[in-house]
Design a protein around this ligand. Structure first.
Ligand code: FMN
Length: 327
C-alpha cells in the first residue's frame, strides 16, 4: 500500500508524537535536516472546557514543514470529541489521531489513552462520533494490548470495522510501558487484519533498523520517536539508505549546531534561565547518551544548571574535543 507523500522506493516515515518534545520549533529544525513524511501532534486533551490551543493552531498554520500534520486527541467524552472535531474542521490537517496508547498512570486512571484498550466499545463510539461530526479522516495510535499481546486480535477486529486513514502500532502493551521488548510480529497480524496503512513504531533506532522492519513486517511505514531526538538526521538517512545513496553521518559541529538551534527557540512563556536549561536538557540528555554511552559527557550534561554551562559542556565535547565528522 502506498501512503501519501511517498514516491517509489522511499520508505514512509512519521515522527512519533512526544509531549514537550515534538514542538513546532523541533519540527522547523527537522525541516532543515530532512523531514519525515508526516507529523502527529502531541495529544490534545478532550474535556468539557477544551478548545484547540494556540500552540496547536500555530503548528498547523505557521510551521515551515511541507509534511502532513495530524492532530492527536486523548479522552473519552463523546460530546466533546464531537465538538473538538468540528473545531478542527476549520484547519488543514491530514487526520484526527486517536490516542489509544498512553501508558502514564495519571492518564490511565481517567480511563483514557492506553486504558481505552480495556473498553473497545468506547473506541468504536469515539471513532463513530468523530466520523459523523466531521469529514476529517481518522487514524488511531494504539499499543498491542493493555496487559497482553493476546488482546491484539480483538482490538484489530474493532478497528477493522471503521474506515481509518492509518493505524500506528507501538508494538508493546500498555502495562509494558517502555521496558517490554517490542513485538513486531504484531505488525504482520495488523497488516492481515486491516484494510488501511499500518505504521510500525517502537524502539526503531537507526536507518538500517527501519529498512529491516519494513522488510520483515511489510509495514506501510515506520514511526520514530526518541531516536529522532538523539539523531534528527534519521529521516534523511532512512531515505538515503532506501535510495542506496551515500548516508549522511553527522559530525561534532553538526550536533553542536543542532543544540544551538534548540536553545534559540522563541521563549514565549518567558522561562527563567533554569527552566530554559531544563527544557533544552530534555533533548541534550538523549543526544549525550547516544554519542557517548559510557563517558563523562552525559554525566556533565545532567549536572548543568545554567544555559551557559550547558552550552560550554556541549561545545567542549562536540567541537573542541571531537571536531567535525568524528562524533
Ligand atoms: C517524552 C515522551 C512523550 C510522549 N508523548 C506522546 C503523546 O503525546 N502521544 C502519543 O501517542 N505517544 C506519545 N509518546 C509515545 C511515542 O509517540 C512513541 O510511541 C514511543 O516513544 C515509542 O517510539 P520510539 O521507541 O520510537 O520512541 C511519548 C513518548 C515519550 C518518550
Amino acid at each position: 500500500m502506498c501512503v501519501n507523500g511517498q514516491t517509489r522506493g522511499e520508505i514512509f516515515t512519521s515522527l512519533a508524537p512526544m509531549r514537550g518534545l515534538t514542538t513546532r520549533h523541533f519540527m522547523d529544525i527537522l525541516y532543515d535536516y530532512g523531514e519525515p513524511n508526516e507529523y502527529i501532534s502531541e495529544f490534545l486533551r478532550v474535556h468539557p472546557t477544551a478548545t484547540v490551543p494556540a500552540d496547536i493552531i500555530d503548528l498547523i498554520e505557521n510551521r515551515k514543514s511541507v509534511a502532513d500534520l495530524s492532530i492527536q486527541l486523548l479522552g473519552k467524552d463523546l460530546e466533546h470529541f464531537s465538538r473538538i472535531a468540528k473545531m478542527l474542521q476549520n484547519y488543514k490537517i491530514k487526520s484526527i489521531n486517536l490516542n489509544c496508547g498512553c501508558p502514564m498512570p495519571k492518564i490511565g486512571r481517567k480511563g483514557v489513552g492506553g486504558t481505552l484498550l480495556t473498553e473497545l466499545n468506547t473506541i468504536d463510539d469515539i471513532i463513530s462520533i468523530i466520523s459523523t461530526s466531521t469529514s476529517i479522516p481518522i487514524s488511531v495510535k494504539t499499543r498491542i494490548g493493555y496487559k497482553s499481546p493476546q488482546e491484539f486480535a480483538i482490538i484489530l477486529s474493532h478497528l477493522a470495522q471503521h474506515k481509518l486513514a492509518a493505524v500506528y502500532v507501538h508494538a508493546r502493551t500498555v502495562k509494558g510501558m517502555y521496558g517490554e521488548p517490542v513485538d513486531f510480529e504484531c505488525i504482520k497480524i495488523a497488516k492481515a487484519a486491516l484494510n488501511c496503512p499500518v505504521i510500525a513504531n517502537g524502539d526503531i533506532k537507526t536507518a538500517q533498523e527501519a529498512v529491516n522492519i519494513i522488510k520483515k513486517t511489510n509495514a506501510d511505514g515506520i514511526m520514530i520517536g526518541r531516536a529522532a531526538i538523539s539523531n534528527p538526521w534519521i529521516f534523511r538517512q532512512i531515505n538515503e539508505l532506501a535510495g542506496k545513496t551515500k548516508i549522511f553521518v553527522p559530525g561534532g559541529e553538526d550536533y553542536f549546531n543542532f543544540i544551538e538551534k534548540l536553545q534559540s527557540f522563541p521563549n514565549k512563556l518567558m522561562l527563567s534561565d533554569f527552566q530554559k536549561t531544563s527544557s533544552i536538557k530534555k533533548y541534550v540528555i538523549p543526544i549525550s547518551d547516544f554519542v557517548d554511552p559510557s563517558g563523562d559527557f552525559p554525566h556533565c550534561v545532567r549536572r548543568a544548571t545554567t544555559l551557559q554551562d550547558l552550552m560550554n559542556i556541549c561545545k567542549s565535547f562536540f567541537v573542541k574535543k571531537y571536531g567535525n565528522r568524528h562524533a
